[in-house]
Design a protein around this ligand. Structure first.
Ligand SMILES: C[S@@+](CC[C@H](N)C(=O)[O-])C[C@H]1O[C@@H](n2cnc3c(N)ncnc32)[C@H](O)[C@@H]1O
Length: 156
């Protein structure tokens, strides 16, 4: 396992990977960078590769946080030292995420998993027009759900 500290929007991987996984990351992608992000991942994937992700399902868990900015996608959070920071947080349900991913040129299967969770799988339309043989039910979501890396990439 290699750990890389990088801005994911500018990162160029040294090779292509069979799988790209991210947990609680997609909601951090600003809407205006969503398509570029998915275009970048396509460059990271090997032929017949796929993406898996876990995300929060909706705003219910967000409590009383105040959302600002265009589209209400920015939340202001205060750290223990008293400093405040603006953080991107885009909530969307499984259908909306599926539509956005589809518009970015991917097939996807996104579903609710328990209370407040979404799990998703995606594969590029261009490289593989049909659903992968190993589909969503084959993914071990329990172990994926416990992963804590922002962007974890599994290579074979
Ligand atoms: C909500 S956290 C999720 C972290 C982890 N996946 C988890 O489940 O605990 C989002 C993470 O994305 C990182 N992050 C934000 N912008 C980034 C960027 N442009 N490139 C790489 N990481 C970024 C943040 O530092 C933060 O650690």
């Amino acid at each position: 396992m290699d750990y890389v500290l990088a801005d994911v929007f500018g990162w160029q991987p040294p090779r292509r990977y069979d799988s790209v996984f991210f947990a609680f990351w997609l909601s951090r992608v600003p809407p205006e960078r969503f398509d570029d992000f998915w275009a970048a991942i396509e460059q990271w994937l090997a032929a017949r590769g796929r993406v898996a992700f876990v995300e929060e399902a909706d705003r219910e868990g967000a409590g009383n946080e105040v959302y600002t900015g265009p589209g209400g996608h920015v939340v202001v959070r205060r750290l223990r030292d008293g400093s405040t920071h603006r953080v991107v947080k885009v909530f969307a349900g499984p259908e909306e995420i599926g539509h956005r991913v589809s518009r970015a040129g991917w097939h996807s299967a996104v579903r609710q998993a328990g209370r407040g969770w979404l799990v998703g799988e995606a594969w590029p339309i261009r490289s593989r027009p049909t659903r992968p043989r190993a589909h969503q039910e084959d993914v071990n979501w329990q172990s994926i759900g416990t992963a804590t890396d922002a962007v974890a990439i599994a290579a074979t």
